[in-house]
Ligand binder design. Structure first.
Ligand code: NAP
Ligand code: F7E
Length: 360
């Protein structure tokens, strides 16, 4: 039996790790590109590597989107059936501080990968998935954003992803490549990077509960996002490449919540009631009630959330919510995890993680 071969860039990231698990379950041979780093960057995939049943099915290679030689070399050797380009400098806030680097990796990096497939004479064999993003919509031009909504990127990150979106379409049209964009709205998990807001919140609250920190500092808590679960979304990345033609698909839950709501619900899940006071940079959240015996680090009226200027962006995307009706219809998309299930999974994992951290 011939197994399909997939190549994943960004395998050490949140989505890369879930996608690798998903494809291995589907009996794919999975190759991942990891970049050289001075410290370990494989914590999200170490369990896959250690799993004996994936021996000879899961391979890691050094490579970098900014090193075209490494890409051509790997693609010519592996001859993948499917390439998933998940690698990116993916932090919107950081992209304002690293605009050039973000553009190089996200834009030119994507071009390098597409062109490596073309150069290896695999344009008609290898399918290509590009990790596009709801950030393309930025200053929204339609109340619910679909594949037909105009783009208005508002950060170096979003602008770099706009190039990647179009160059993917361009290779599709020019060289008849099966090259598709998944326009994914925010998706989170216990494996989310700790500087993205949902994970920062679940980690921050867990540290407060265990007495490792006293207060969590946030930026624009009125920002609205459409948050799904990364595990559900990687299945859609795969489905995008199984569709009968290359195309672009919005993947979203079609539900929208504020950062402030996310904070409140995390506390609520733990049985802790908080009250907000003040406005703007002076707004704060304090503990009103909880089981103080159970949570011995907490006190009545303890201020646990403050607002800091540091976490505001020069240009903010205030409001995103997707219209995923195309994916629902053609790819049979149905989000499996709601916001409360997502919060439960993230809070449980981070509480356990910080409990162990405290014991160290
Ligand atoms: P992530 O956790 O930040 O992972 C990014 C991955 O890219 C990491 O494996 C990172 O390697 C790798 N990488 C960065 N620069 C690289 C380079 N120059 N060469 C090779 N690899 C490089 O991101 P994610 O949340 O999994 O997102 C996956 C993709 O979807 C990204 O392209 C992101 O922009 C896009 N996206 C994400 C969301 C979301 O809500 N999560 C929504 C829409 C689109 P290291 O581990 O070494 O840093
Ligand atoms: O911010 C606000 C912040 O950094 C969400 C990436 O995966 O999804 C992600 O980009 C919102 C923003 O994600 C803090 O200003 C408030 O409005 O979690 P985030 P993002 O910027 O939406 C898209 C779809 C991607 O493609 C990206 O790769 O929350 N916010 N206070 C904060 N954000 C952060 N990070 N930290 C705060 O303290």
């Amino acid at each position: 039996m011939k197994f399909k071969k997939a190549l994943i860039t960004g395998i050490t990231g949140q989505d890369g790790s879930y996608l690798a698990e998903f494809l291995l379950k589907k009996k794919y041979i999975v190759h991942g590109i990891k970049r050289k780093s001075s410290s370990f960057n494989t914590s999200r995939i170490d369990h896959i590597y250690a799993n004996k049943s994936f021996k000879n099915k899961f391979f890691l290679h050094y490579g970098d989107l900014l090193d075209p030689n490494s890409l051509t070399d790997l693609i010519s050797k592996i001859k993948p059936d499917e390439v998933y380009n998940l690698a990116a400098q993916s932090h919107v806030g950081v992209s304002f501080q690293l605009p050039n680097y973000t553009s190089q990796v996200n834009s030119i990096g994507t071009l390098n990968l597409l062109h490596a497939i073309y150069d290896c004479r695999l344009a008609s064999k290898t399918k290509f998935y590009q990790a596009s993003t709801s950030e393309l919509y930025g200053e929204i031009q339609e109340s619910r954003q679909s594949e037909k909504t105009s783009f208005y990127p508002k950060s170096p990150y979003a602008t770099s992803k706009l190039f990647a979106y179009w160059i993917t379409k361009n290779y599709r049209e020019s060289y008849k490549m099966f090259a598709s964009n998944g326009i994914l709205f925010n998706h989170e998990s216990p494996r989310r990077g700790e500087t993205f807001v949902t994970r920062k919140i679940t980690m921050g609250i867990s540290k407060i509960i265990h007495g490792l920190e006293k207060c969590l500092y946030l930026g624009n808590i009125y920002s609205l996002r459409d948050w799904g679960h990364a595990r559900d979304y990687v299945e859609m990345c795969w489905k995008v490449l199984q569709y009968n033609k290359p195309d672009d698909f919005v993947i979203a839950t079609e539900k929208q919540y504020s950062v402030k709501f996310f904070v409140e619900q995390c506390f609520k899940y733990l049985g802790i009631k908080i009250k907000w006071s003040g406005t703007g940079l002076k707004e704060y959240g304090k503990i009103i009630n909880c089981n103080f015996e159970k949570y011995s680090s907490l006190k009545k009226n303890m201020v646990v959330i403050k607002i800091s200027n540091k976490y505001f962006r020069p240009n903010e995307v205030n409001n995103l919510i997707g219209n995923a009706s195309k994916a629902k219809k053609l790819l049979k998309w149905k989000p499996k995890t709601n916001i409360h299930q997502l919060i439960k999974e993230m809070m449980d994992t981070d509480l356990e993680y910080t409990r162990k951290l405290k014991l160290k």
